[in-house]
Write a protein that binds this ligand. Structure first.
Ligand code: SDX
Length: 428
């Protein structure tokens, strides 16, 4: 017997089916709401209570701090898988066999060149341009050089567009960094793994050889896995809604990059390090910054803390915090801001303001400390988040298109002027 929800308005009752997911989440299916009530809609700014879709990609339970990609726990994947394997899992739904992963990687390598004319677009940016703005522009520009990536009506077309962007995005990300650093734009080396190759494109000195460091490769690989997907977050919802108009994959991803740039979302990892550095410069007085974070008159927020869904520890933050200790120790690096971060965490978790609001460290709180230890500059932290989230965005866009979801077009409640007559300017 399927469950129903009953809504009563002005004495009239309306019934709506209840949808139940495989993890026992339930939702009221209101597809018929406007039609059956003569135009009544719901109102939910920020969509805090609204499900935009049914999805089989990522499950998270904010109360229990659970995160799974296609049923596999983030803890197991971070420990046992590599990033390209996880990308395949998210996009196609199953962990690849060795042959499938090798073919996926060789198809990506075959597309890892970027048209030389894209460099002319990059040249047009000032060195001071934020890499996220450069990346969203270059990703959108890629459409012009890969027109077949737009009309992905067949799974083959979609696959070709997917391997193209997985191949070219790391190149563009490395180029955005090298442009700021005043370094010549470098290409990768097909003999290297996906993440190792990216690090080579980033850090190979013009006059020297690139030496892979397994510790660095493994640390970045794990960080990218932890960022790979997170159900219907702000940037993923952006990718979905842009893609729902049947805009191409690259255009949809470019929109997602811009959404991720915001300091309340992916931009938080850069804001966290800037906050920790400010605390260090200020003599390490965390109590002053905690007071600012709690002061409603002060716009300052404790960056890297709080989450729309996690009202418990962000499981990714736990893994990254442990990895930060390991990476810094293995690289023989002392970073004072790691101790400041741990101190802030301790204080916040004992402070009723944070405890009552269930504000815990999120994925962005410790990640910048590892990026910095790997030699990645702070303005490249959010591009690292984008590099990690790329397969998740692709998987969600692909699912939305394969499920033939309708174009996204929310309604509103109008609160403006009621009808009035035009007044000639001489009478205003
Ligand atoms: C990501 O959605 C995702 O899954 C995102 C992400 C992903 O993988 O895609 O997980 C990645 O974006 C992580 C979040 C990174 N952002 C930050 O670290 C920025 C700091 N955090 C906040 O701005 C905030 O916590 C949000 C934006 C993350 C969540 O905001 P919500 O859910 O809209 O919560 P809210 O603003 O309604 O806050 C509830 C209360 C408010 O106080 P009251 O009005 O109840 O008194 O908590 C307070 C807020 O003022 N609060 C904070 C705070 N976060 C919330 N107070 C101080 N510092 C903070 N960080």
């Amino acid at each position: 017997m399927s469950r129903i929800a009953t809504l009563e308005i002005d004495g009239k009752k309306y019934e709506f089916p209840i949808v139940e997911g495989t993890e026992n989440e339930i939702a009221i299916d209101i597809k018929s709401l406007r039609g059956s009530t003569g135009g009544i809609t719901t109102l939910d700014p920020g969509y805090k209570n609204t499900g935009s879709c049914e999805s089989a990609i990522t499950f998270l339970n904010g109360e229990k701090g659970v995160l799974r990609y296609r049923g596999y726990s983030i803890e197991e994947l971070a420990e046992k898988a590599n990033f390209l394997e996880v990308a395949y899992l998210l996009i196609f739904g199953e962990l690849p066999t060795r042959a499938q992963l090798d073919k996926f990687h060789s198809d990506i390598k075959a597309q890892s060149h970027v048209d030389e004319d894209v460099k002319k677009i990059l040249d047009g940016f000032p060195k001071s341009a934020h890499p996220m703005g450069v990346l969203s522009s270059l990703t959108s520009a890629l459409v012009a050089f890969n027109p077949s990536s737009v009309n992905v009506d067949s799974e083959e077309d979609m696959y070709n567009a997917i391997v193209r962007i997985l191949a070219k995005f790391p190149v563009l990300t490395a180029w955005a960094y090298r442009k700021r650093a005043g370094l010549p734009l470098d290409y990768g080396d097909d003999s290297l793994g996906y993440v190792d190759n990216f690090l080579k494109m980033m850090f190979k000195k013009p006059n020297g050889e690139y030496a892979s460091d397994k510790k660095v490769v493994d640390a970045l690989d794990k960080l990218l896995i932890l960022h790979a997907d997170h159900e219907q977050n702000c940037s993923t919802s952006t990718v979905r809604i842009v893609g729902s108009s049947h805009a191409g994959l690259f255009a949809s991803l470019s929109a997602g990059i811009n959404a991720l740039w915001g300091p309340l979302h992916g931009g938080a990892n850069q804001a966290v390090i800037e906050m920790l550095e400010a605390i260090k410069e200020d003599g390490g007085d965390t109590k002053k910054f905690m007071a600012k974070a709690k002061d409603k008159e002060d716009p300052f927020r404790l960056m890297g803390f709080g989450h729309r869904v996690y009202k418990n520890f962000d499981p990714r933050a736990k893994i990254i915090k442990k990895s930060a200790d390991e990476v810094l120790e293995s690289l023989g690096i002392q970073d004072e801001v790691l101790d400041i971060a741990k101190g802030l965490e301790r204080e916040a978790l004992e402070d009723s303001y944070f405890v009552d609001r269930k504000l815990y460290p999120n994925v962005d709180f410790y990640s910048g400390i590892i990026y910095r230890a790997l030699g990645i500059p702070v303005e490249m932290f959010t591009p690292m988040f984008a590099l990690g989230r790329l397969p998740g965005w692709i998987a969600q866009w692909r699912e939305m298109r394969l499920r033939k979801e309708p174009i996204g077009r929310p309604r509103q409640v109008y609160i403006g002027e009621t009808q009035r007559s035009f007044k000639p300017i001489e009478n205003r």
